[in-house]
Design a binder for this molecule. Structure first.
Ligand code: PAF
Length: 335
């Protein structure tokens, strides 16, 4: 299995898959410092583990690594996408000539619903199959190829395609690989759509609210004003989910998701990850782009398309863009 994205989540999965006996290849950007650091097509991934099936442990795993663009021949069967949402499409377009007919792309990045929409529209990716996933594992980077698995979370996979996909050989085989990685992956089948909306709500609420205040995830539990904002964000997400579902006349499970269901999941996630710094807070602190366009920005644009007018998601997107610009200007000044 190829892994696209060598950030903290990519390293966690590449190490776990390799340790489970799956031949795994980490795809790195040509010209990147990470690619230059590899020796003879290999790299050592260090993971400071957390509680989980194997308890606390520090592991060093040697994983194959190669350039994203190496070769033009179709040699990729399965690829796990764990890049930042804003890098995913560009990377997948680069990879497209290497994807075999009916290769499986597993999207585990934040903002998977927005990415799914983009992948389905991309003509260069019309020959692939898609599996989508969510994860709430808390992971952060200590340095290149060195990560801390700070919080054990949930990981769920499934497919939005027709129901009988769930029993097909290709789906079973990819799911089995992901499950044996030992990261507690669960096969949700078509119920993944409901999980994706719940996760989108968690990211749309926890990430910008903690990044704007520069506080760990537990902040949204303790601050009354933040709790009210979580409710508002969740009710807008539920409204968009319901309207999209009614328009597509698909499975009714998502249409039934209420703002309260989403809110409950958001608070549960914040509780489980209370001491973690959200990925968006880590991004702004490092002066990087954030995934806001794939989270609140995507919800706001869907709400607009559906004639719902702009709400808190649009406002939070604008505030995050300002914060992103200020933090990246600060980084440039300090450089
Ligand atoms: O993006 C993140 O930080 C995580 O997905 C989550 C679940 C919000 C926990 O921090």
């Amino acid at each position: 299995m190829h892994v696209l994205g060598a950030g903290s989540m990519g390293c966690l999965w590449a190490a776990a898959l390799t340790r489970a006996g799956t031949e795994t290849r980490l795809l790195l950007r040509p010209g990147s410092a990470k690619l230059a650091a590899c020796q003879q097509g290999k790299v050592v991934l260090r993971v400071d583990g957390c509680r989980g099936s194997k308890g606390n442990e520090t592991t060093a795993t040697t994983v194959h690594a190669e350039a994203l663009t190496a070769g033009q021949e179709a040699d990729v069967d399965q690829v796990l996408v764990v890049t930042k949402a804003y890098s995913a499409m560009n990377a997948l377009e680069m990879l497209a000539p290497r994807l075999k007919r009916e290769a499986v792309i597993v999207v585990l990045s934040n903002g998977a619903l927005a990415l799914h929409e983009q992948i389905v529209r991309a003509t260069c990716l019309s020959h692939v199959r898609l599996v989508l996933g969510i994860t709430t594992h808390g992971v952060w980077s200590r340095g290149p190829f060195e990560i801390v698995h700070a919080g054990w979370g949930q990981t769920r996979f499934g497919t939005l395609s027709v129901k009988d996909t769930e029993s097909s050989d290709w789906y079973r085989s990819v799911l089995q690989r992901l499950e044996t990685a030992g990261l507690g992956a669960v096969d949700e089948g078509s119920n993944i759509e409901r999980c994706l909306w719940l996760k989108l709500a968690a990211n749309a609420a926890i990430n910008p609210l903690t990044a704007l205040e520069e506080k760990p995830n537990g902040f949204i539990l303790s601050c009354l004003e933040a709790r009210a904002k979580v409710s508002q964000i969740c009710s807008e997400v539920a409204e968009v989910a319901g309207a999209l579902q009614r328009n597509s006349e698909q499975d009714a499970q998502v249409a039934k998701l209420s703002g309260l269901d989403l809110e409950e999941f958001v608070f549960q996630t914040a509780q489980e990850t209370a001491e973690n710094r959200s990925s968006m807070l880590q991004d702004v602190a490092a002066g990087r782009l954030t995934e806001i366009d794939y989270l609140n920005g995507w919800i706001a644009s869907k709400a607009k398309e559906l004639g719902m007018g702009s709400g808190l998601n649009a406002h939070v997107t604008a505030l995050m863009k300002e914060k992103e610009a200020a933090m990246s200007a600060r980084k440039a000044r300090l450089a």
